[in-house]
Design a protein around this ligand. Structure first.
Ligand code: GLC
Length: 450
């Protein structure tokens, strides 16, 4: 059955119409200037370029690491085990990641085929994993380690050509001015100094955006969902970020439609459009890059008992599906408190990297949403190259690509370059798979348009 067809304009990024559109958009930017009032936010040319670069990178490593890692029970341990803040704080004095080696993390990410890293600079426990003057509850001042791992990570990423994004929690379980659990009245928690908390965040964000160089390319906010009625002063916060570093992309895991000033949209534990946990009920933005994040086992922060490791196949297929949905895939690992990324993760990541080494052409730099997602897989595209990903046997000895009316040059099996038979009708294209034993990971078919 021919399903509803998405327009093929995704393929024609370089058509004259698109060029004209880009020109008009560019002129508009010049005329309006790059204003910082986020309600009328227009991304600067650098920001637009960074968005494209981000989309081309496709695959990133998410890292959840903090003093909670010591307890081996995930990053929510303070909250879940009801540990009083003052007792929890004692963990800081025991945090000494003697085996932390930023270069090794970056090498591993590279070996996995990942092109950027997003790391928790501060999570809901409020502990800052970077050098900050805004609080002494940070890794340099409060732990015997006395060093800033983000400095090393930024340097290692820079050296290896990876970008670094900072996860930053809006939610804070400990600070008085946050007032966790307080009632929200007129946009602010009762009986606290909410303005002081906003000032604190702005000070920290300024540090994060000015102390680590141009390798920093995004801020990943989280925790908005804890107090939906609060006035988070996004206008000021986003305005500050874009003023300091116009190219830096702002994303916010608030689980709803993007807000003015945001440069990318994220989907937690779901592909865009999915809503398996009731979190992602907002729409899918057509204007900004998309990113979906998932865990390599079942936890974000190090969890010593979690052995629900995802398989290489699950990860490869998730990456492919994300690309097919025009989204990046941010795959999380929670390093141990000593700084080591456990062997089980490393083994899987290396195998995923080996797959990408061979098949990366069909992922990096591509765009998705080519046709309505077929039951057997998905499609990615780059210019005149279409990559058909068969992720499960289609059930017939052929597949059908609805809406593909462009002139076809050739259709080949990607892995062998063997030509495949095909037939084009006004509604689309049949590709015949006689004699092809489908690779259970992903059988890629390369379609060259004329
Ligand atoms: C949720 C969790 C948080 C985690 C994040 C990653 O928001 O609260 O712990 O960092 O998901 O997507």
């Amino acid at each position: 059955m021919v399903t509803h067809i998405l327009p093929f304009y995704y393929l024609s990024l370089q058509t004259p119409i698109m060029k004209k559109y880009l020109l008009v958009a560019g002129l508009l930017l010049l005329v309006q200037g790059a204003g910082f009032a986020q309600s009328s936010y227009q991304p600067t040319a650098e920001n637009v370029a960074n968005r494209k670069d981000f989309q081309d990178r496709k695959f990133g490593m998410f890292i959840h690491w903090g003093i909670y890692s010591l307890l081996g029970d995930g990053e929510w341990v303070m909250h879940n085990q009801k540990i009083p803040y003052n007792k929890y704080k004692r963990l800081a004095n025991a945090f000494y990641p003697h085996d932390f080696n930023a270069k090794q993390w970056v090498q591993l990410a590279k070996a996995a085929g990942m092109k950027y890293i997003t790391i928790t600079s501060r999570h809901h426990d409020g502990f800052s994993m970077f050098a900050t003057k805004a609080t002494d509850y940070n890794i340099v001042d409060a732990t015997p380690y006395h060093k800033d791992p983000m400095k090393e990570l930024a340097a290692a990423c820079k050296e290896e050509g990876l970008k670094l994004n900072f996860y930053y929690s809006l939610l804070d379980w400990g600070r008085e001015d946050y007032g966790f659990g307080h009632k929200i009245v007129n946009g602010a928690p009762e009986n606290t100094d909410w303005d002081s908390y906003i000032r604190f965040m702005k000070m920290q964000l300024t540090e994060l955006l000015t102390n680590y160089g141009d390798v920093i390319s995004g801020i990943w906010f989280d925790g908005d969902w804890e107090r939906k009625d609060a006035n988070w002063h996004y206008d000021e916060i986003y305005g500050l970020i874009h003023r300091l570093r116009p190219e830096v992309m702002i994303g916010n895991n608030h689980h709803s439609n993007i807000k003015p000033g945001e440069d990318y949209q994220m989907f937690e534990k779901d592909l865009p459009g999915g809503n398996s946990h009731g979190w992602n009920s907002g729409g899918i933005s057509q204007d900004v890059p998309l990113e979906t994040c998932e865990t390599i086992n079942n936890s974000w922060g190090f969890n010593i008992n979690d052995t629900k490791y995802k398989t290489v196949k699950q990860i490869v297929q998730y990456l492919v599906k994300a690309a097919g949905h025009n989204a990046n895939f941010l795959l999380n690992v929670g390093p141990q408190p000593d700084g080591i990324i456990q062997q089980e993760f490393a083994d899987t990541l290396q195998k995923v990297g080996a797959w990408l080494e061979k098949n990366g052409e069909s992922i990096y730099g591509t765009r998705g949403n080519i046709i309505a997602t077929p039951t057997w897989g998905t499609l990615t595209a780059k210019g005149k190259d279409l990559y058909v990903h068969i992720l499960q046997p289609p059930g017939e000895a052929y597949i059908f690509l609805p809406g593909l009316t462009e002139k076809i040059g050739s259709i080949r099996l990607f892995r062998s370059n063997d030509l495949l038979k095909w037939k084009q009708i006004p509604e689309g294209v049949f590709i015949y798979l006689d004699g092809v034993s489908i690779d259970p990971l992903d059988e890629i078919i390369a379609v060259k348009l004329k």
